[in-house]
Design a protein around this ligand. Structure first.
Ligand code: CUA
Length: 321
């Protein structure tokens, strides 16, 4: 029992809640569990009684009455009550956001994040991309209702941070809205909950809930250009075409916003959407063998680079806090 319950806590558990919506979902779960357990015990008890009881002891009329009350009236009343209870939670989820708006795009196989986006998604229903870009790590202010605009440029993904809220799909061609209201500071894990291709299971997300002040500091840091531009790795990064996909703001390399923005890569906790801890060694390992580290990843293997060049690029990227 202890072992089983130990699985119910942690950074990625619907039982270890840290958000208003997740708390409602959990209370709904407990009500349904308690109700279904009581009904199950009653029905099993009744079945055991039926096998022991003498059929002559009850009239046919009593049997018909049991079917009408137990088989029709009881389920209608119970399920209606459950429906009312469930619907009663909805207005809470629908309350307007009073915090920032953040655009989150599910990509194969990582999460693109834009803070401080301005304006509504247009008629073309594409996500605004005008804010401060980051990837795979979402920072939220505690106690505020943050609105996420969810979309995707390729296939359907599903955004799910079990400790904070229920899942919402990120669908190409439209924008779904999800309001997150974290109640506790901390680091939580999120996943992609819709099969989207080979590396679907390696499409992790870290959600970091900070105080409002720390949130503002963190977003301002994210908005700043990269430091340390006179490192030899920076020249190798451009010379070897890394900048064709990746942007490092401040270097003049736009990167066409194909892959994750690397401006503050080293400030993130993990590499390749939750696959590896963020260290220069792991960055090098990933560049030289993307297909081994994360099978199905869109980034090609750069095994033509010398070990020294990879180490130098990794060293530079590993310093971009
Ligand atoms: Cu993205 Cu599964």
């Amino acid at each position: 029992m202890t072992l089983v319950l130990a699985g119910c806590s942690g950074a990625q558990s619907t039982f270890d809640t840290a958000g208003v919506e997740a708390e409602s979902v959990l209370s709904l779960f407990w009500v349904m569990l308690a109700g279904s357990t009581a009904i199950w015990l009653f029905v099993v008890g009744l079945s055991i009684y039926a096998t022991k009881a003498n059929p002559e002891a009850h009239s046919e009329k009593a049997g018909v009455r049991l079917i009408i009350w137990g088989g029709c009236v009881f389920p209608v009343v119970t399920l209606s009550a459950l429906l009312v209870f469930g619907l009663g939670m909805m207005p809470e989820f629908r309350r307007a956001a009073d915090g920032p708006t953040i655009a989150v795009s599910g990509e194969r196989f990582w999460w693109r994040i834009h803070y401080e986006v301005e304006g509504e998604p247009g008629v073309v229903r594409s996500l605004p991309r005008n804010g401060v870009e980051s990837a795979n790590e979402l920072v939220l202010p505690v106690g505020r209702r943050t609105e996420l605009l969810l979309g995707s440029p390729d296939v359907i993904h599903s955004f799910w941070v079990p400790s904070i809220a229920g899942k919402t799909d990120a669908i190409p061609g439209r924008v779904n809205r999800l309001v997150l209201e974290p109640t506790r500071e901390g680091v939580y894990n999120g996943v992609c909950a819709e099969f989207c291709g080979e590396a679907h299971a390696q499409m992790g997300l870290r959600v970091i809930v900070l105080s409002e002040t720390d949130y503002a500091v963190r977003v301002a840091a994210e908005a700043a250009p990269a430091a340390l531009l006179d490192h030899p790795g920076r020249a190798l990064f451009s010379a070897n075409g890394c900048n064709a996909c990746h942007t490092v703001r401040g270097t003049g390399d736009d990167g066409h916003k194909v892959g994750p923005d690397l401006t503050h890569l080293a400030a993130r906790r993990t590499l390749a959407a939750g696959v590896l801890p963020m260290t220069p060694e792991n960055i090098g390992r990933f560049i030289a063998s993307t297909d081994h580290v994360k099978p199905g990843v869109e980034m090609p293997v750069f095994d033509t680079l010398s070990e020294d060049d990879v180490a130098s690029i990794a060293d530079w990227l590993g310093r971009l806090k």
